[in-house]
Design a protein around this ligand. Structure first.
Ligand code: C2E
Ligand code: CA
Ligand code: CA
Ligand code: CA
Length: 275
C-alpha cells in the first residue's frame, strides 16, 4: 500500500507539475513582493452624477513584478487569498491609500477593497483605526468595499466588526451588487452606506431591457433606503445618460478614467469630464 501511495504521488506530481510549479513560483514571488516594494496603488475617480464632479477614488492594487511587468489583481488576489498573504497585502493597501488620500488637495473619499479573508483577522478594526490615525485621514473619508461573500461567512463576528467600523465613522459599501445570491437580504442585515451596481448590468444598460430594469430597481431601492448608488464600469455616454435619467448617485468607469497612479490624482481632480 505504501509503494502504491508513493507511485500514485509521483504520478500525480508529474501530471500537474507545470501548473503547480508556476503557482509555487508565483506564491514565492508574492511573499517577496511586499519586501521588494513591488505593489502600487492606482486610483480610479468616482463622480457624482448630478453635480458632475469627482467625489472620491477607488484604490486598486497593482503588482509591478520585476520580470513580468504589471500583473492585474485578478491574477494574484485569488492566490493571495488562498495563502493568507492578502492580509499583509491588504493592510499595506489600506495604509498606503489613507496616506495618499490625506495629501490630496480636496476632501474627497477613498474606497479600499477588503477581502473576506481579512475579516478572519481579529486585528482588522485596530488595523483600520491605526491607518487612519497614522495618516491623519478623517474616518468619514474612508470607505471600505465588501462583497456579499463577506457576510456569508461567520456573519455574527463579521457584522460586529462592520458595526464597530461604522460607529467609528468609516463608510461601508456593498461591492459587485447583483452578482451573488439573495442580495436583498444583505441590505437588511447591515446598514450599508453605498451599493455598487456591478459592471455586468451597466455594460448592457443600453442594449438589454432586463439590465435597464435591474438598474432602475436598484437605484430606486437606494433612494427609498437612503443608500448611495454607484454604477461601476461606465464606458459610454449612452450608459451615463441612462444612469443620470434613473437618478443613480455616482458613476465610475473608463468613460471618465481608468485607474491611474497616485501621482495623477490631482490631474484627475481638476479634469472636467471629456464628452
Ligand atoms: P472591483 O473591486 O470590482 O474593481 C473594479 C474593477 O473594474 C477594477 O479592475 C477596475 O479597473 C475595473 N474597471 C473600472 N472601470 C471599468 C470600465 O469602465 N470597464 C472595464 N472593463 N473595467 C473597469 P482591477 O483594478 O483589475 O481589479 C479587479 C478586482 O481585483 C477588483 O474588482 C477587486 O475585486 C480586486 N482588487 C483590486 N484591488 C484590490 C485590493 O487592494 N484588495 C482586494 N481585496 N481586492 C482588490
Ligand atoms: Ca471594488
Ligand atoms: Ca466592483
Ligand atoms: Ca468586481
Amino acid at each position: 500500500a505504501k509503494e502504491d501511495g508513493r507511485g500514485t504521488y509521483r504520478f500525480f506530481e508529474t501530471g500537474m507539475d507545470a501548473r503547480a510549479q508556476a503557482r509555487r513560483l508565483l506564491e514565492l514571488d508574492l511573499r517577496a513582493a511586499l519586501q521588494r516594494g513591488e505593489f502600487e496603488v492606482y486610483y480610479q475617480p468616482i463622480r457624482d452624477v448630478a453635480k458632475d464632479v469627482v467625489v472620491g477614488f477607488e484604490a486598486l492594487v497593482r503588482w509591478n513584478h520585476s520580470l513580468r511587468g504589471m500583473i492585474s489583481p485578478a491574477n494574484f488576489i485569488p492566490l493571495a487569498e488562498e495563502t493568507g498573504l492578502i492580509v499583509p497585502i491588504g493592510d499595506w493597501v489600506l495604509r498606503r491609500a489613507c496616506i495618499d488620500a490625506a495629501q490630496w488637495s480636496q476632501d474627497v473619499g477613498v474606497a479600499v477593497n477588503l477581502s473576506p479573508v481579512q475579516f478572519k483577522n481579529p486585528n482588522l478594526v485596530s488595523t483600520v483605526k491605526e491607518a487612519l490615525k497614522a495618516s491623519g485621514l478623517p474616518a468619514h473619508r474612508l470607505e471600505l468595499e465588501i462583497t456579499e461573500s463577506v457576510l456569508l461567512q461567520n456573519s455574527e463576528a463579521t457584522l460586529s466588526v462592520l458595526h464597530e467600523l461604522r460607529a467609528f465613522g468609516v463608510r461601508i459599501s456593498l461591492d459587485d451588487f447583483g452578482t451573488g445570491y439573495s442580495s436583498l437580504s444583505y441590505l437588511r442585515s447591515f446598514p450599508f452606506d453605498k451599493i455598487k451596481i456591478d459592471r455586468s448590468f451597466v455594460t448592457e444598460l443600453a442594449t438589454r431591457d432586463d439590465s435597464m430594469a435591474i438598474v432602475r430597481a436598484v437605484t430606486g431601492l437606494g433612494k427609498s433606503l437612503g443608500i448611495v448608488t454607484t454604477a461601476e464600469g461606465v464606458e459610454t455616454d449612452a450608459q451615463f445618460d441612462l444612469l443620470r435619467q434613473e437618478g443613480c448617485t455616482q458613476a465610475q468607469g473608463y468613460l471618465f478614467s481608468p485607474p491611474r497612479p497616485a501621482a495623477e490624482v490631482e490631474t484627475m481632480l481638476l479634469k472636467p469630464r471629456a464628452r
